[in-house]
Design a protein around this ligand. Structure first.
Ligand code: PRX
Length: 655
């Protein structure tokens, strides 16, 4: 994190519009002003007491905790550690028999197939798959990797792991075989759960085939569970592969939930950082679940009768906290959609909102921008009157996209909760409480009760003056925070704590706070890219590029992009002569394909430029700021006299 926070969204400084909560919404909100103030005050005056009160009220414990926060091994914090509970019982069993016939999951496949799974049915499905895992020897603490389409079985498999204390690690179905292999090996997974395929963008994504390709390199895996989704033929290894429908038919539908320690790891989720390979972010059971339940109520204002739709894939943290766990723990009805927003046309999301009477809708700015671009006529065709609250996540939402969302989707009636958080934080950290907060388009509002955020300068001193940029940090541990990096506690400390002597959790984002205490997130201060809201490390993409035989050196930066937020721009030094003309074009195509195969299609560079060398300091460090300016087509304002090779900039710009 050598760079100072850079403001990537200048226009925010001009934003002056404000939106108080609509009176009708505020009157019915789960959290009203008096309760909000009580929570804020309690968290300020008795921080641990505040969290203990929440944990006692919201979670069903098999054995209550007596210890709240254990900071003796800081920054490896533990919460409620002598308590025992089961996450899956807290998401399913606790709602029975009251909600037995209520839909837990409504599902729509991309081809249009529909399913409705009640809480009673979900218990059976989860119990059967938990017993299927057990029948193949999976036990508490074993790691299970999921490589699944967005179908209910993805959630069922996650809940089944939670039921028996197995630790799941979901790998996004859009990642390549190489990415899948690295994650399986790092987690030393005993089993993989996949499907023959899934439907996405009008095509079949052949997940089992990708898995087959790499599974022999993963000696820890003894079983591959295969869900039949698309029905196309797949290769079969009878010693390792088992069909989901066959094995679940052979086991009991009863699987009592295992009582587990509050700190038992619920899951690992790999995410990109600025250096090295993706890190296995490790989350806890009780603290994590508590945060998801609270934010379902505080931020999404969940009430009986809601239909909640979070469009994120289960391969990302949003699909963990607000698909697989939070909505079920809160006892609501969750809508899941398998496919892409533009299939068969850009009205799909709005048609689904109408059909399923979605009341709370949560998506990413990149999707909002893409759908806005398609025209206002698509949402206008559908009855969106069941919607009462909208949400945004993954990157800063530009005020124009916010206004379109507010007007054309929310019909000026629905508050928008812009939620700032991360894989590591587990839950929303800075977000509006919609019955109470006045909204400012482009700002995620103020920290939630019990979340102590601040903005500090590069010495770690709080930045008190309004609108001054700095590092966004969290000053006190919170229950749903990551616990460590899987099998790499040093990396946990180095990445998140060391810079300010373990005093604060360092988010890696830059932000400013205005005179009203509202936070405006300005983007990453490190070399992490946000492409369509997905997090990618420049280093990962660079490593993939240099693994190609024709690449000698590569540097990757982001440039602003209207639709995807950031677009990937690669600067490549080829072996031999600098490619030009048709040779450069052919190599570009080959390298894009190559990166797609090594990481996944989302990591393909949008542009590749070739140079004889990269701009470097005399000590050999690549000047990324210079590359960012070149990529964005901005003039290079840096002092280039310290560069080893200042002429290279002209060559990079000349292309
Ligand atoms: O830069 C911030 C951005 O997304 C990063 C976290 O990415 P990831 O771990 O993939 O989680 C995404 C979903 C929670 C943050 O460091 N980010 C996320 N939400 C917002 C945001 N930036 C601005 N506004 C947001 N609402």
């Amino acid at each position: 994190m050598s760079d100072q926070p850079r403001d990537t969204i200048e226009s925010l400084f001009q934003e002056k519009r404000i939106f108080p909560p609509p009176a009708g919404f505020a009157a019915q909100a789960q959290i009203q002003k008096a309760e909000y103030e009580r929570l804020m005050t309690l968290a300020q005056t008795d921080y641990e007491g505040f969290w203990a009160e929440q944990a006692r009220a919201e979670l069903q414990w098999v054995q209550p905790f007596t210890q709240i926060l254990n900071a003796s091994n800081a920054p490896h914090y533990q919460w409620f550690e002598d308590g025992l509970l089961n996450v899956s019982a807290n998401c399913i069993d606790r709602h029975l028999p009251e909600r037995a016939d209520q839909a837990a999951i409504l599902f729509e496949g991309e081809p249009g197939d529909l399913r409705r799974i009640t809480y009673a049915e979900l218990l059976v499905e989860v119990s059967r798959f938990a017993n299927a895992l057990r029948s193949r020897g999976i036990k508490k603490g074993d790691r299970v990797v999921l490589y699944m389409p967005m179908v209910p079985e993805a959630v069922i498999a996650m809940q089944a792991c939670a039921r028996i204390g197995a630790i799941h690690s979901v790998v996004f179905g859009g990642f390549s075989g190489d990415s899948l292999r690295d994650r399986i090996i790092d987690a030393e997974a005993a089993a993989v759960v996949t499907a023959d395929g899934g439907h996405r963008g009008g095509r079949v994504i052949e997940l089992k085939a990708v898995c087959d390709h790499i599974i022999d390199d993963c000696p820890s895996v003894h079983t591959v569970f295969v869900l039949k989704r698309t029905g196309h033929s797949v290769r079969w290894n009878p010693a390792r592969d088992v069909w989901w429908h066959e094995i679940t038919a052979q086991v009991s539908a009863d699987c009592p939930p295992l009582a587990l320690g509050a700190e038992h790891p619920l899951f690992l989720l790999y995410t990109s950082g600025s250096t090295g390979r993706p890190k296995g972010i490790q989350h806890s059971s009780a603290g994590y679940l508590l945060g998801t339940i609270l934010t379902m109520r505080w931020v999404f204002d969940i009430r009986p009768g809601d239909v909640f739709w979070c469009t994120a894939d289960v391969g990302w943290i949003t699909g963990h906290s607000y698909v697989a766990y939070g909505p079920l723990a809160a006892g609501t009805t969750l809508l899941m959609y398998e496919g892409a927003p533009m299939i068969p046309d850009p009205g799909r999301y709005w048609q689904m909102c109408e059909r399923h009477k979605v009341s709370v809708f949560y998506t990413a700015p990149t999707a909002i921008r893409a759908l806005k671009k398609q025209g206002d006529e698509y949402p206008a065709r559908y009855d969106l009157s069941a919607l009462r609250l909208l949400g945004s996540v993954g990157e800063p939402i530009n005020p124009e996209a916010w206004m379109w969302y507010h007007t054309h989707i929310g019909h000026d009636q629905c508050p928008i909760v812009d939620t700032w958080w991360q894989t590591e934080t587990g839950i929303h950290m800075i977000a509006p409480v919609p019955g109470v907060s006045t909204l400012k388009p482009g700002s995620c509002g103020r920290p939630l009760p019990g979340i102590m955020a601040d903005i500090v300068d590069n010495q770690g001193h709080p930045v008190c003056a309004p609108d001054q940029g700095g590092f966004l940090v969290i000053t006190r541990p919170w229950p749903s925070m990551l616990r460590t990096v899987w099998r790499n506690p040093q990396r946990y400390i180095d990445t998140y704590w060391k810079m300010f002597d373990n005093r604060y959790y360092i988010s890696g984002d830059g932000a400013r706070r205005d005179a009203d205490g509202y936070y405006w997130v300005m983007g990453r201060v490190d070399d992490v890219l946000k492409v369509s809201g997905h997090r990618l490390g420049t280093m990962e993409i660079e490593s993939a590029l240099v693994a190609h035989p024709r690449v000698a050196e590569a540097a990757v930066v982001g440039r602003p992009d209207e639709l995807t937020g950031e677009a990937i721009c690669a600067f490549v030094v080829a072996r031999g002569a600098r490619p030009v003309g048709p040779d450069a074009q052919a190599l570009t195509q080959e390298l894009r394909q190559w990166v797609g195969e090594h990481i996944g299609p989302i990591a393909k560079p949008a542009t590749i430029r070739y140079a004889d060398n990269l701009p470097k300091t005399r000590s050999g460090k690549i000047m990324r700021r210079v590359l960012r300016a070149v990529a964005a087509g901005h003039p290079v304002t840096e002092d280039t006299s310290t560069l080893e090779n200042p002429d290279i900039i002209r060559q990079l710009q000349g292309d």
